[in-house]
Design a binder for this molecule. Structure first.
Ligand code: ZN
Ligand code: ZN
Length: 324
């Protein structure tokens, strides 16, 4: 991180905390659930990016403010390690205070890359289930709106992998009740990963008991579905009609807005800056102007340097594409 950005982040966090401390406990704060919001409706709806959690979750809303985000995604832990920290009361309170004072209105976690709830290896699956359950507990403790999670890799037999995945999700949701919505992310379909077709995602969700269905949503990543063979360029409406028919529009929980560094149907997961990959500007213009997606939080996971200039430019670009 450059010194200028560090300074800007520090300043935004300081300002946010100061504002939060000054506020009486019962004063209105901006929230999608709070109709008397103190922040005006942001242009482009709930829009932002994945932000760094370095230094702890309380610093993430300030980082959202630096890039002008109204929605952020964060890791609640180091995503490539099995270490599972717990969120203590002080950490949760600091995060909530910083969030309340920021312009961020939607928060989602992204779970660890190591988790494979579909694994045929009993040890890895048990470890994954423990890690995933603890992830849900951290999200509940922080009061996050959503947690985005990838379906696992079936490795051997596809149908058994899907069953293992659904059973583990069920077990974790039962073990960790709370407000955070689990949004399963559609994948690019590389190797034996599950969830790269709308049908398979629907089948996975359908295996989870009815009493837990209200806690489930879907995350659609534009780069993933494009690489998986959903043609957002020439058949934008057809893709969404299929989504509505097979998964159901009520499941749309989060959109990941990424251009794709790899061609259509390549089944690889490589993100590019908006308009600089194989998807190009047009599908993003459609998404930003689509009334069906107006209320769906939109998050960038595009490449960036330490000064976050790419995030700021990409968000400005997305806002400029809105047709209304
Ligand atoms: Zn993801
Ligand atoms: Zn994604």
């Amino acid at each position: 991180m450059t010194r200028a950005v560090k300074k800007a982040v520090k300043k935004a966090v300081k300002k946010a905390v100061k504002k939060a401390v000054k506020k009486p406990a019962n004063q209105t704060v901006k929230s999608p659930k709070n109709p008397t919001a103190t922040h005006a409706t942001p242009v482009g709806g709930l829009l932002g990016a994945h932000v760094s959690s370095a230094g702890g979750p309380a610093l993430t809303p300030g980082r959202g403010d630096v890039i002008g985000a109204s929605a952020i995604q964060l890791f609640t832990k180091t995503p490539n390690q099995w270490r599972e920290p717990e969120i203590d009361d002080a950490t949760a309170a600091a995060f909530r205070a910083a969030l309340a004072a920021s312009g961020v209105r939607f928060t989602t976690s992204h779970d660890s890359y190591l988790i494979n709830l579909a694994s045929p290896d009993a040890t890895l699956r048990a470890r994954s289930l423990d890690s995933f359950t603890r992830e849900l507990r951290r999200c509940h403790a922080l009061g996050l709106d959503a947690v985005v999670s990838h379906p696992g890799n079936f490795i051997g037999d596809r149908a058994s992998g899907l069953a293992r995945n659904a059973d583990a999700i069920t077990e974790a949701l039962e073990a960790a009740p709370g407000p955070t919505r689990l949004c399963m992310e559609l994948t690019a379909g590389q190797g034996t990963v599950l969830g790269s077709t709308f049908e398979e995602m629907a089948a996975l969700l359908a295996r989870i008991p009815a009493r837990l269905q209200h806690r489930l949503g879907v995350c659609l990543d534009t780069a993933h579905v494009f690489a998986a063979g959903y043609d957002l360029i020439t058949d934008y409406d057809g893709v969404w009609t299929r989504f509505a028919d097979v998964i159901g529009l009520e499941r749309r929980g989060v959109l990941h807005l990424n251009d794709s560094a790899v061609p259509f149907g390549s089944r690889k997961d490589r993100h590019a800056l908006i308009g600089e990959g194989h998807i190009g500007d047009e599908p993003f213009r459609r998404i930003m102007s689509d009334p069906r997606l107006r209320d769906v939080p939109k998050i960038l996971e595009t490449p960036k340097g330490d000064d976050l200039a790419e995030d700021i430019a990409n968000l400005a670009k997305l806002r400029s594409l809105i047709a209304w």
